[in-house]
Design a protein around this ligand. Structure first.
Ligand code: ADP
Ligand code: MG
Length: 250
């Protein structure tokens, strides 16, 4: 396999207790790519991400990460993950911004109390990357939705990943913060050379931000540039007629 392929999904199918959630999926993500995965609710988007993250094991097919079979892959710090609804699940804990980001550095054997200077530096750097450095002593509960979202991106960046995976990151975030958020993703992709996989049901926004789109509906129904995907009638079959959108391009 070419070494510019970071993720390779070969003929992957997944069932929950016999119920088919993903059917014979094939695609690759190249180094430097910004991929959007779209599809209606229940189409298998989160399931696919969890398979890439090794949290679920497909019953058939093969997953290769950074050129290595996922079964023996151990370099998990190369992959950052911002899970769906992470904001609401974290809000119950009275932790500060820097503590939340520091959790992105925990690798199982160490506790946060024993942060090294390297950890502290990584925390500073990732908060700087999302422009939240001055909020580090604040409690998460004192931040707006958009600010909290940035903290969770910083948390995923704290392990210096090469691939960042985000599951519906703009749910519950106001429109202004969303625009800034997509600017941040563009910077991470272009300036910091991070490979990005962004899952969203907001096809209109995603089509304007990403380089390639994969449309999921249990099967991979289309995969290509936003223009190619919007031209195909798959979108109509997925989301219904009457949906209008425009690709502006950056
Ligand atoms: P999406 O993220 O696109 O909304 P999911 O990957 O969460 O979709 O779900 C795909 C399908 O698998 C849905 O039909 C959902 O009900 C089912 N599913 C998801 N998680 C579970 C689970 N833990 N147990 C059983 N079925 C599940
Ligand atoms: Mg989901």
């Amino acid at each position: 396999m070419a070494n510019d392929v970071l993720v390779s999904i070969d003929n992957v199918s997944f069932r929950y207790n016999g119920e088919l959630a993903l059917d014979s999926i094939n695609f690759q993500v190249k180094k430097g790519e910004f991929l959007g995965i779209i599809g209606p609710n229940g189409s298998g988007k989160t399931t696919l991400l969890k398979i890439i993250l090794g949290l679920l094991t497909p019953q058939t097919g093969k997953v290769t990460l950074f050129g290595e079979n996922i079964k023996s892959f151990k370099q998990w710090s190369k992959i950052g993950y911002v899970p769906q609804r992470v904001i609401t699940s974290f809000m119950r804990f009275p932790i500060t911004v820097e503590e939340a980001v520091g959790m992105g550095r925990i690798n199982g054997s160490r506790l946060f109390d024993f942060t090294s200077s390297e950890d502290r530096e990584a925390i500073e750097e990732s908060l700087k990357a999302v422009n939240m450095g001055r909020f580090k002593k604040k409690l998460l509960t004192q931040l707006s939705g958009g600010q909290q979202q940035r903290v969770f991106i910083a948390r995923a960046l704290a392990s210096n990943p090469e691939l960042l995976i985000l599951d519906e990151p703009t749910v519950g975030v106001d429109v202004d913060s969303q625009a800034k958020f997509y600017q941040l993703l563009r910077d991470l992709n272009k300036k910091m050379k991070l490979t990005l996989i962004l899952v969203s049901h907001d096809i209109d926004v995603v089509a304007n931000e990403v380089e390639t789109i994969a449309c999921l509906n249990c099967k991979l129904v289309c995969h290509g540039t936003p223009k190619e995907v919007l031209k195909s009638n798959f979108i109509e079959s997925l989301y219904g007629k009457g949906l209008k959108f425009v690709v502006h391009g950056h």
